[in-house]
Design a binder for this molecule. Structure first.
Ligand SMILES: *Cc1c(COP(=O)(O)O)cnc(C)c1O
Length: 503
């Protein structure tokens, strides 16, 4: 027999004892029961996801059911494992947000990728914490962070961490920017820190996601020192206005330290001019963070790529794989061109956590310590399922469907396009009622139309404020969506409008 190659991986005898119930105690389960319940759960998952398109997109949770769920009623005695699946099937699964359904167009929430669903279960079994210790999932996280940075078009050497989502990634990047700026001034403690900190000022556009304001508030910036820069008619940051605001603030003694740009605004999918904003940042000694929670990978799409020139010169970028890549919820990423800056902000020593200084634990790069390894594996599995070309094709598919929806709107006399794009968000309104003698509360009509479409359950869209008017908003972020679903959406909107106007 040939000698097996020395891989360091040696076969192990099985350690499960299938014929014994071994451990005792309140959490122990007989191996056979565990196996049967896992199998039943796997079959339920395949069935649930397989039939999702045939069910209502969403269903409101009945008031009594909401109260019962929210009441908290832990019984004295524990229950069989079998009650879990029954509970999910009866009490949870019938009332989803709707994002699993192909006709869900409301928010930037995708269905879970098949690879991600399986990986979530597998990673949970390993149950590694991607904060401390040495284990394979932490190395895998380092690898997928590189993959993401490379897909985004960031500079080689970019690092970072996976986060619970875009909000947390924005917070980490603002925290890193603050530490970097104060260090640069030699103001890391004492009176110098206090003097500088009370003057720190950051900028974002008036289209920024509210998580930027939250992050600023958490790092101690009062609202008046987070400036909303006006946007152009295309909804992207007016860079001349930014420059003027920074100059004026500096003249009045403030310390501009960071600009947050949008790579895909939530309301309308606008992309800020990256290179021009970086130029202001370089002139002024500021950090350029881009919030690409849902548009951060746009450079992959040929029609969008020109707008993403300059990504490699960003200081940091937020990307949410749980949005456009359909990684199951709970996977964002903070990507930082010079990862040492993230470490400068978040590395704190403790005698009971003694990591390897040459190969630092990921807890040195984030606020969290014990963190799910599911993030790394679900992202890895989804990226492996896609490959580079699959990731590109997926984003292109969203673009194509949004273009199709825009054409449908433009081709219908009852509908009118407002704003939207270049990312796949479509904001639109109903044209004014031709019968002017009828009372036509157009202002409230769009909210009522969206509510009616949602309640009917065939499609789902949301509203957004556009120049002070509430209009309809559809965004495409679902690998299951087809032109048929877009047609259903248009039909549902028109039918709801007819119904409401006829009353
Ligand atoms: C969704 C979103 C966020 C927040 O991300 P979460 O994952 O929901 O925390 C931040 N910025 C933008 C532009 C977003 O679209």
């Amino acid at each position: 027999m040939p000698t097996p190659p020395k891989t360091g991986l040696q076969p192990h005898p099985p350690t499960v004892r299938p014929d014994s119930d071994g451990a005792t105690g309140p959490l122990a389960v007989h191996p056979k029961v565990f196996r049967d319940e896992l199998t039943a759960a796997a079959e339920w998952v395949a069935d649930y996801l397989g039939r999702i398109a045939g069910r209502p997109v969403a269903r409101p949770v009945p008031a009594a059911h909401r109260q019962a769920l929210a009441a908290g009623d832990l019984p004295q005695e524990g229950q069989d494992l079998g009650t879990l699946l029954e509970f999910v099937d009866r009490a949870i699964a019938p009332y989803p947000t709707g994002n699993g359904h192909p006709a869900f167009f409301a928010w930037i929430n995708s269905p879970p990728s098949p690879a991600g669903v399986i990986a979530e279960l597998l990673a949970t079994a390993v149950n590694a914490t991607c904060g401390m210790g040495e284990h394979a999932l932490m190395d895998l996280e380092r690898g997928v962070v590189r993959d993401l940075a490379s897909l985004a078009g960031m500079a080689p050497g970019t690092g970072g961490v996976l986060t619970s989502g875009g909000s947390m990634a924005n917070l980490l990047c603002l925290g890193a920017a603050r530490t970097w700026f104060l260090r640069g001034r030699g103001a890391t403690d004492g009176a110098a820190y206090d003097r500088a900190h009370t003057r720190l000022t950051a900028y974002h556009s008036d289209q920024a996601h509210m998580s930027v304001a939250k992050a600023a508030s958490v790092i101690g910036l009062p609202p008046w020192r987070l400036r909303a820069v006006p946007t152009t008619s295309q909804r992207h940051m007016d860079v001349e206005a930014l420059r003027a605001m920074v100059d004026a603030d500096r003249a009045s003694g403030l310390l501009p330290f960071c600009v947050v740009s949008n790579l895909g605004s939530t309301a309308s999918g606008a992309v800020d001019p990256i290179e021009a904003i970086t130029a202001v940042c370089r002139d002024q000694g500021m950090w350029h963070h881009a919030d690409g929670a849902w548009g951060g990978l746009g450079a992959l799409v040929p029609e969008l790529a020109p707008l993403y020139r300059g990504v490699a010169d960003l200081d940091s970028l937020t990307v949410d794989p749980h949005k456009t890549l359909s990684v199951p919820v709970g996977c964002g990423a903070a990507l930082v061109t010079d990862p040492a800056r993230l470490r400068d902000a978040f590395s704190f020593r403790a005698s009971y956590l003694d990591g390897d200084q040459d190969w630092p634990w990921l807890s040195d790069y984030t606020i969290e310590l014990t963190r799910p390894g599911t993030r790394a594996l679900t992202l890895w599995a989804t990226l492996r399922q896609l490959g580079r070309s699959g990731a590109t094709a997926l984003l292109q598919q969203y673009q194509d469907l949004a273009h199709y929806l825009r054409r449908r709107i433009q081709g219908h006399p009852g509908l009118e396009l407002c704003a939207g794009g270049p990312l796949p968000v479509v904001c639109f309104r109903l044209t004014a009622d031709p019968d002017a003698s009828r009372p036509n509360p157009q202002a409230d009509l769009h909210a009522a139309v969206a509510a009616r479409v949602q309640a009917r359950g065939h499609a789902y869209l949301a509203t957004v404020s556009h120049d002070g008017e509430t209009v309809l908003r559809a965004c495409v972020c679902n690998y299951l969506t087809t032109t048929d679903d877009v047609d259903t959406l248009v039909q549902e909107v028109l039918a709801a409008a007819d119904h409401l106007r006829a009353r």
